[in-house]
Design a protein around this ligand. Structure first.
Ligand code: ADP
Ligand code: MG
Length: 608
């Protein structure tokens, strides 16, 4: 038997370690997964398997087939500032590996029970090390395949204060899934597997390139929505490669935006800003694309030593990176033949509304001083198909509310409110009405949304939601993280009229939906609810989730703007709106009614 006594790990000098961004790396189980996976990648692994139990709180085990460690290194690696990746401080400005701080294993071992098995390809004998309270308590020989396995149990067992901050197991699992998804995207050649108990959350065999990896992780439907584009910037020695969604895709949070700089997953405000610039005339504000961005630039031009968890970076030339990213996104969208007409120059100056967006107006329209927004400048309606389907939906909606009021039998309601008389529409979108005190403009979409919201909440509370069984179930492809989130909200969805169940790997079948929804709206609605599960929440807050579900259902069922309404429909809508508890604000918080008092009108005519 031969054992090489070579060792790669050194303890960083105080000078270097003092220059390293200080702070805690182990915040939650997903931070442990992150550090262990990064070590495996730095060790040149071709396959990395992550197994967790209890959202990682009870067990995290990461197995790699990388270079492994000699016995000397295995004993050293748990010490603080023990690293093989950095020696002199000037290297700090040009870090090439994911790790460099020499702190991760030490930090993990100080808050959990850790056992490591490792062996290099050259050695006949491997090493097992067990650590408690930060120090190796047990070291002995073993025989293992080349590579390393680190097993971490009972996270924060000795730090009750930190344990309290752990969230639900499914939340912790979704964080872990998110991390693994990031690494899988950044390293398509590495085989990644994530298991939660027996359940295989993620399985990504080696892929030829990023495109193939994205396809494997997110499915064909999503991949088909993305435009791929790549460009080099020779002067900055920079390369930007992007997959980014066409305008019809819109997410309600940033969960589907993946940014990588030199293979490192990061969050970055400069890059976010570049995206909002590029999508400004394409997506309504507060909507986000699905996107994977890979920036490669000289290591010296990016400082990764900013944040203890290394998720933030500082660019030496921030504005160069900003403009490059913005231009690449813009060019990507322009290069895509299916969307050229939408990016004409004139659409840049006014908010563009794709057909699918008609339910959600760009914010610049909503609630603003309508009188100052020249309506004639607004883009013409692009999709009139809504107008033809509307009648049916509208009749359904009013049928559910109760006896549909005919022109002569308007229901009674309180006197002041009843004075509101609709006169017509502006741009087939805003109802113009008058009462004794002035002029009122009503946004027809949000008004209907408010009506349906309250109706839905009432029905939900009394268990009388009208549910339709879909003739053919709607099949949704989910990303690994979405699947984890789906598991958590499935019972709530069912109680809201949306019964869905697993249907093969990473797909679910939606079988029922609230009666007020059109089939075409259901897929988007369910995905929106899955994506909407708040990243930062403490477990699932049922009250909030129910409200959100009701608001989202109402939004998808409500009539859109750019729909002509006859006087009967306008009166019905105004009447129903005035019956609601809160006729002035929509469930998402946008104004429904803009009022011009007689006083203001008189003043404008200098009659005051
Ligand atoms: P860092 O990654 O910042 O160097 P860590 O505490 O994460 O610090 O790891 C310390 C050292 O242990 C690493 O520099 C590396 O030499 C060694 N090491 C850790 N994990 C592995 C692994 N999976 N395979 C091979 N070597 C590893
Ligand atoms: Mg490390």
């Amino acid at each position: 038997m031969t054992t090489k006594v070579t060792s790669k790990i050194r303890i960083l000098s105080d000078t270097v370690s003092n220059q390293i961004a200080a702070g805690e790396v182990v915040e939650r189980p997903s931070s442990i997964v992150k550090e262990l996976v990064e070590n495996a990648i730095d060790a040149g692994a071709r396959k990395i398997t992550v197994e967790v139990v209890g959202g990682g709180t009870r067990l995290i085990e990461v197995t790699d087939d990388g270079e492994g460690m000699s016995r000397a290194d295995a004993e050293l690696c748990f010490q603080r500032h023990a690293t093989s990746k950095l020696s002199a401080s000037d290297e700090l400005f040009a870090v090439r590996t994911l790790g460099f701080r020499g702190e991760a294993l030490a930090s993990i071992a100080s808050v959990a029970r850790v056992r490591m098995e490792t062996q290099t390809a050259e050695d006949d004998v491997g090493t097992t090390v067990e650590v408690a309270g930060g120090d190796p308590v047990f070291v002995r020989d073993g025989a293992f395949p080349a590579g390393t396995r680190v097993r971490v149990e009972d996270v924060f067992y000795n730090v009750p204060a930190r344990r309290k901050f752990l969230k639900s197991e499914s939340y912790e699992l979704s964080q872990i899934t998110n991390r693994c998804t990031h690494y899988a995207l950044a390293f398509p050649a590495i085989h990644f597997v994530l298991k939660s108990g027996k359940f295989e959350v993620l399985s990504a065999p080696p892929a030829a390139d990023r495109s193939e990896r994205i396809l494997k992780l997110f499915g064909r439907d999503l991949r088909d929505e993305l435009v791929e584009y790549e460009r080099e910037f020779p002067a900055a020695r920079m390369k930007v490669h992007v997959f980014t969604s066409r305008p019809q895709v819109q997410k309600y949070n940033r969960n589907s935006m993946y940014f990588f700089v030199n293979g490192r997953a990061i969050r970055d405000r400069i890059i976010l800003h570049a995206y909002s610039d590029a999508y400004r005339s394409i997506l309504p504000s507060k909507s986000f694309p699905v996107t994977m961005l890979f920036v490669e630039l000289p290591h010296r031009d990016v400082d990764v030593n900013v944040h203890p968890a290394k998720t933030e970076v500082r660019f030496r030339k921030g504005s160069t990176v900003h403009d490059a990213v913005r231009d690449v996104i813009t060019e990507a969208l322009r290069s895509d033949k299916t969307i050229i007409p939408m990016l004409s120059d004139e659409s840049k100056s006014s908010p563009y509304r794709a057909p699918e967006f008609q339910g959600r107006m760009p914010d610049s329209w909503a609630g603003g001083p309508i009188a100052r927004e020249p309506v004639s400048d607004s883009p013409a309606p692009l999709d009139l198909s809504e107008a033809t389907t509307f009648d049916l939906n509208y009749e359904e909606a009013r049928g559910v509310v109760g006896a549909g009021p005919g022109p002569t039998d308007l229901p009674d309601f309180d006197l002041m409110r009843s004075e509101l008389r609709p006169l017509g529409q502006v741009q087939d979108s805003f109802i113009v009405a008058v009462d004794g005190n002035g002029l009122v403009l009503i946004d027809q979409h949000v008004a209907h949304e408010r009506v349906l919201f309250e109706q839905y909440v009432r029905e939900r509370d009394s268990g009388t939601i009208e549910v339709q069984r879909l003739l053919t179930p709607i099949i949704l492809e989910l990303s690994p993280e979405q699947e984890v989130r789906f598991e958590e909200i499935a019972p709530e969805l069912a109680a809201s009229g949306l019964e869905a169940e697993p249907f093969g790997p990473r797909t679910v079948a939606v079988k029922t939906a609230p009666g007020i929804l059109k089939a075409a709206a259901i897929e988007k609605l369910v995905l929106e609810l899955i994506d909407g599960v708040d990243r930062e929440r403490q477990g699932l807050n049922l009250e909030t989730f129910r409200k959100k579900t009701a608001a989202t259902v109402a939004c998808h069922a409500a009539i859109k703007i750019n729909n002509a309404l006859d006087s009967v429909k306008m009166r019905w809508l105004v009447t129903e709106l005035m019956k609601t508890d809160c006729p002035t604000v929509c469930p998402h918080g946008r104004p429904i009614i803009v009022r011009y008092d007689l006083k203001e009108i008189k003043k404008a005519f200098k009659r005051a």
